[in-house]
Design a protein around this ligand. Structure first.
Ligand code: ZN
Length: 106
């Protein structure tokens, strides 16, 4: 859901709730690892994995919108090796794959 979709849903029961409240909550949940921001869609999904230091790989169905989370922990060392020759210091990794889910591709 986008922040404004979440705001709209919350305003059904709390009409006075304002966008900054939703953004603060989403920022806190994201920083705590309890939600992920889908950068390519500017939307948010709850975290469904128990990964502490891992890398979430998010698959996004462009037909039905289903988002699945996969543990991409093995990718971190490969990504680190890939950029080893540069002086680049990554702060965060974003891996989002777009396509069709099992149901939609059947
Ligand atoms: Zn689908």
């Amino acid at each position: 859901m986008t922040a404004y979709q979440i705001l709209g849903a919350l305003q059904q029961s709390e009409p006075d709730i304002a966008p900054p409240t939703v953004y603060r909550a989403l920022t806190a949940l994201t920083e705590q690892g309890r939600a992920h921001r889908l950068e390519s869609l500017k939307a948010f999904v709850p975290c469904r994995c128990a990964h502490e230091q891992s890398l979430p790989v998010l698959t996004i169905c462009d037909d039905c919108g289903t988002v699945e989370e996969h543990d991409g922990g093995d990718l971190v060392s490969k990504l680190t090796a890939l950029i080893a020759d540069s002086a680049f210091v990554p702060d965060r990794h974003i891996v989002e794959l777009h396509g069709q889910c099992r149901a939609c591709s059947a």
